[in-house]
Design a protein around this ligand. Sequence first.
Ligand SMILES: CC(C)(COP(=O)(O)OP(=O)(O)OC[C@H]1O[C@@H](n2cnc3c(N)ncnc32)[C@H](O)[C@@H]1OP(=O)(O)O)[C@@H](O)C(=O)NCCC(=O)NCCS
Length: 162
Amino acid sequence: MSEKNHQIHEKSPSQSNAEVIVRMFPSDANPAGNVFGGEILKHIDMVAGIVAQRHSQSNAVTVSMDSVTFLKPVFVGNVLKLNARINYVHKSSMEIEVKVEAEDIVTGIRTITGTAFVTFVALDNNGKPKHVPQLSLKTDEDRIKFKEGKARMDKRIKNRTK
Ligand SMILES: CC(C)(COP(=O)(O)OP(=O)(O)OC[C@H]1O[C@@H](n2cnc3c(N)ncnc32)[C@H](O)[C@@H]1OP(=O)(O)O)[C@@H](O)C(=O)NCCC(=O)NCCS
């Protein structure tokens, strides 16, 4: 594994947070107006990728998505807001948590409609996993998320199929 990321040893989670806002259109949904889960997954992957690349300052690819929930429906016309933060890093891998909120523009009602954990791996210029900066945990929330993220990552690695 490449260790060439020595310029920055540690970064706080807040340095890589990302938020994406996107409107849902009829082509994103079924004939009844319910937005496809796959459409939402695409945006989850994209916003998590921004966080992973901000943290690692390199290319980064998705290796797993888990605990994806669609708690409430998203409809055509809704404005989707996706918030992503980094919870945990190991060597090259990073766990990113994404929360999805849908806003009905007319009523102004905002609802949390989904959540997911996405694992990214940082790659060097040869496409090989590379070390990422460690996390500098600044807040109690950072410390709790890190601990919980580690427990989930340990499970992923245990269940990993090569
Ligand atoms: C990312 C990739 C290069 C890693 O290759 P690899 O041979 O699995 O490398 P390693 O076994 O050394 O694992 C590298 C890291 O990935 C982590 N990892 C790999 N698969 C994982 C999984 N399913 N869940 C969680 N972590 C995983 C390992 O734990 C390791 O983390 P660490 O460096 O923090 O300890 C390779 O899996 C790949 O190219 N996958 C396709 C990625 C892609 O294209 N995604 C887009 C959608 S297709």
